[in-house]
Unconditional design. Structure first.
Lengths: 334, 334
DNA sequence: ATGAAAGCGCTAACAG
DNA sequence: CTGTTAGCGCTTTCAT
């Protein structure tokens, strides 16, 4: 198989012009006569010629592809978070005509950053060493949704501490006193920081957050179910629960339904993400919106300008999440 | 920025050997003296040299990357199906040291197949033209989970007709007479064929499948909720429902819970996929298992041998799905 | 407007 | 075991 690929030379021969001219037309350089352009186009179509991208990249000295590095831990690809990032990055690459080299890392096998023009890291905790290497090698890169204060690297992130604060503030404004949280994976910055912001506000308001009101989860529906059951079994059951992802909130609401605990009359449940699923569930979920898709798109855009730009670009952006009030949270009962 | 990249020549100069020798050591060719190998390795480490992949690909004439083409319709990336495929392919690429170029297609902007050594298509319906083009261009390719009988292309798929049959057979064996289905997206082969197999068995068993027992869905939780509500509103409500994805089955069970309809005592619900979430829900979901992850891995493996192999490889494999009995289906009530 | 020629960084005969 | 020498397919000066 693999009967010889047709090259620019074949096209030139058939069109009876030089390969330079062919190169010009496939690159939309204007200084080509209409006559020659037509001949080349005919030959390209006839031979079904497609430029060899490796050769182009080598000759141009630039690489129009970006690597997306994500950690491979279980469940991540079934999270709204990761999928929205992938969608956003994929979408941006599509419109910017970049190739997206998707690399699921296990810690070993780092992405060969010489194979891409730049790279986006979607989770620093797991991939920190790779980020450091990329920075050291001066590979253009962007970090998404993780501020890396101690590294000189560009990032775009959501303010997760603020997210936790917003959740706690809202519950407090609703007069809740027994407020619980099921956290995300605390090894991720988003998991950790949401808890941090949440605690901070409760402390400031002098509301106790006992250990049994903190369930250490991992963003998954499964642990949300476990958490819900544990909270319900408490002698002093909470009247409000902050679930650090919408998936978890949704699952908790299901459990409440099964147990015939009314949401929000008996218990308030708040999510995080603004997953569209929040709107189609039995009860619309009050949540905290974070602009995942847009963040991803912007990361690509910035990365591209880093890749092409002569000037050094600084991008350390932190986006605020926003509260979306719907039906799953209500005033404290009794 | 972009202070000149170091090349193989820089390494050779520092190690005081020819570039050929450097090439040999970075490619693990054994015919290099220990002394030279050591010198080269030192230089590589010192200069942080990474080979330019584009140059390698050009020189070698082969391309160790594969394209994964998936349609970009809404919701696909939030389906268990798509994600398992991506995971499986990503995993296989990782261990085979292939780059995975992930391409979400909107119908325009087809993947430049000259940029990859081969391509995997994960949904033929939407991408048929691209598959045809790839076949015509003799690009090594594999089609996943869609038999394309009329194209000379390799594929690996699940027998979805059989899946539909298994579902219907099981309900029949449980003595159900009023059997409904909420389908997947009927524009996908899996959506269409499951319905087909389902209908076929019911017809053979002389069980009526009225229009109102067929809800045309799209694999999403949202439509499952709508379907459940519609079925429950029927004068003659079904006693068994086949949901063509586990996500849909799970959502239907939630609705039943909200409406206080007992599963499986009053109504049986079957899913499809064998999503692990089936095990952690309130009631373990009876489902039909399809080997998504393994199928994806195998597709990569076959594709790689097509890419490297001299001989033409034929792969037209259809895997059978299997019934997994759990708790959400029971005998017909009354 | 066009083409000749010199690379881009690396691999792979081929000699030695 | 090592180095010389052609390319791989394309872009890009630089003449013309």
């Amino acid at each position: 198989m693999n009967n010889k690929k047709i090259s620019i030379e074949d096209v030139a021969r058939r069109a009876n012009v030089s390969i330079t001219t062919v190169s010009r037309v496939i690159n939309n350089v204007l200084t080509v006569s209409d006559k020659n352009r037509a001949k080349v186009e005919e030959a390209v179509a006839f031979l079904k010629f497609k430029p060899n991208v490796s050769a182009q990249r080598l000759a141009r000295g630039v690489n129009n592809s970006i690597g997306l590095v994500m950690p491979g831990y279980p469940g991540i690809f079934h999270s709204y978070y990761a999928i929205e990032l992938i969608r956003g990055i994929g979408h941006a690459c599509e419109s910017l005509r970049l190739d997206m080299v998707f690399h699921i890392t296990n810690g070993f096998n780092p992405l060969n950053t010489n194979n891409v023009g730049g790279v986006i890291f979607a989770d620093v905790i797991e991939n920190r060493k790779q980020v450091e290497a990329a920075v050291a090698a001066q590979t253009p890169c962007m970090v998404i949704n993780n501020k890396v204060a101690d590294l000189d690297v560009n990032y775009i992130a959501v303010d997760n501490v603020l997210g936790g604060e917003i959740a706690a503030d809202y519950f407090v404004s609703l007069k809740h006193k027994r407020i619980a949280i099921v956290t995300g994976n605390l090894n991720t910055q988003s998991g950790y920081e949401r808890l941090k912001g949440f605690k901070k506000v409760l402390k400031a308001k002098n509301i106790d957050l006992p250990k049994e009101y903190i369930y250490e989860g991992d963003f998954s529906r499964r642990c949300a179910r476990l958490a819900a059951e544990e909270f319900l079994a408490l002698k002093n059951r909470p009247t409000a629960i902050f679930a650090c992802s919408d998936d978890m909130a949704l699952e908790m609401i299901s459990v409440m339904n099964e147990r015939e605990v009314k949401v929000p009359q008996e218990i308030s449940i708040m999510g995080f993400d603004d997953n569209p699923a929040c709107l189609f569930s039995a009860i619309a979920v009050t949540t905290i919106r974070q602009p995942l898709f847009k963040m991803a798109e912007e990361a690509v855009r910035v990365l591209q300008s880093i890749m092409s730009g002569k000037q050094k670009i600084q991008c350390k952006k932190i986006l605020p999440p926003v509260l979306v009030v719907r039906e799953s949270c209500g005033p404290c009962p009794q």
